[in-house]
Design a protein around this ligand. Structure first.
Ligand code: NZQ
Ligand code: ZN
Length: 385
């Protein structure tokens, strides 16, 4: 096992009716800004519950955070935070709202040019406003981690930053608030969480059986509850398990002490920034081909994945790896997430455009061994067309 530090200070408040606890979770004397997206929280009752819980607090709002939150939108929130002397941020929504809020929390106290927070990937942060989250979409894990992904629409650049200063103080997870999610977002959420686990698990053996078996349990849970969440949208138990699996998939626990990949995410980010394809859709496009192209360097973990996650034990090594990749693709498709670039109406010429963006953004040595260069990404993209 590699050396590691594990730190996660996010208090999780889980279950039906728990939004009422915001009354005490949010500091009593804070000047609170509630941030949200396009209005789903008003349709499903979340907004009313949040405002009821905060009725004795000083509260203003910022709405309109888009999926794949932009720098441009979030700088408007920063202006409001400064004008109103806000000192606590509450994100209410999915990963985009939580990520956007993390950026605003950091940018509001940043001395230099705020875009540098992204280009330096969060390394230079000295301070951030405190924030909390109410999660309505199980997918990204943003509610319990210190990362955020922001897009500059001007240049079609989607970059991530990480810093312990932007861990939420708390996250409220009420599974009933996910009942209103359209099937597309349930599919996206299960696929995103699945790929988060794969990025931290399917690398090379690190003699870390605790991390491996935690990861396998999350993958098996997602394979089990993902289709159930589509079939029976109002099943509390199913939604609760999907929600907790997605949170656990990217809260630092399974990635501690093991090599991590993230090449699928980095290539996927370019597809979203260029063509506005949903984050999880990009992962469903890229991952099967990524595993296929890199099967030699990932063979030991691919065979472990085939056996322990999918129960594939028969046939040659290559046959078992092929079967595991096929099962992965079938799972994504069963969740309603298409796995080919052409399914999203992209032309073959998109491959070159993505490669140019990867080069422009310095994404030329990706993966757990840093060996995913542009030539490898080209093979991956060709295989995912
Ligand atoms: O804007 P509203 O009206 O709220 O609608 C949203 C949005 O249209 C809707 N929605 C959310 N909760 C709902 C709901 N609709 C009905 N009922 C509900 N309960 O769903 C749509 C998508 O929301 P979004 O927040 O964009 O989805 P998701 O949670 O998948 O977040 C995606 C973003 O997270 C980033 C992605 O890159 C992308 O920008 N990621 C963040 C990570 C992190 N911070 O650790 C890691 C991930 O790998 C990912 O990159
Ligand atoms: Zn993701």
């Amino acid at each position: 096992m590699q050396q590691f530090e594990f730190y996660n200070p996010v208090k999780i408040v889980f279950g039906e009716g728990q939004i009422a606890k915001l009354a005490t979770l949010v500091p009593a004397n804070a000047r609170v800004l509630v941030l949200y997206g396009g209005g789903s929280i008003k349709k499903n009752g979340t907004y009313t519950e949040v405002m009821d819980a905060l009725k004795n607090h000083s509260v203003t709002e910022f709405s309109g955070i888009e999926a794949n939150p932009t720098f441009e939108t979030m700088m408007k929130a920063v202006a409001q935070i400064k004008a109103e002397k806000i000192d606590f941020l509450l994100a209410v929504g999915g990963g985009s709202v939580i990520d956007g809020t993390k950026f605003a929390a950091a940018a509001a106290l940043y001395e230099g040019e705020p875009w540098d927070i992204l280009t330096s990937h969060g390394r230079n942060l000295q301070a951030a406003l405190p924030m909390g989250a109410v999660l309505t979409l199980p997918a990204t894990g943003s509610e319990m981690n210190n990362g955020a992904v922001i897009t500059r629409s001007e240049t079609k650049t989607k970059l991530a930053f990480m810093n312990p200063l932007v861990f939420p103080r708390f996250a409220v997870l009420d599974p009933t608030k996910t009942y209103s999610l359209p099937a597309r977002q349930i599919g996206n959420g299960a696929v995103d969480a699945f790929v988060h686990v794969v990025e931290q698990y399917l690398t090379y053996p690190a003699h870390a059986p605790v991390q491996d078996r935690f990861a396998e349990s999350l993958l098996q849970t997602l394979i089990e509850v993902g289709p159930q969440a589509l079939a029976t949208p109002h099943d509390y138990t199913v939604r609760a398990n999907l929600m907790w699996a997605a949170t656990m998939a990217l809260n630092g626990l399974i990635g501690a002490g093991v090599p991590q990949d993230w090449a699928t995410h980095m290539v996927g980010h370019e597809l979203t920034a260029l063509y506005n394809i949903d984050h999880a859709q990009t992962l469903a496009i890229i991952l099967p081909s990524m595993l296929n192209v890199r099967r030699a360097t990932k063979s030991e973990k691919l065979l472990q994945y085939a056996d322990r996650v999918w129960g594939i034990t028969e046939g040659s090594d290559d046959a078992r790896i092929d079967a595991a990749i096929a099962k992965t693709r079938d799972f994504f498709e069963a969740m309603g997430v298409k796995t080919r670039m052409r399914d999203y109406g992209l032309e073959v010429s998109a491959i070159e455009t993505v490669l140019e963006q990867l080069k422009a953004h310095g994404m030329v040595a990706l993966g757990e061994r840093g060996d995913v260069d542009l030539a490898t990404s080209k093979l991956v993209l060709e295989g995912s067309y």
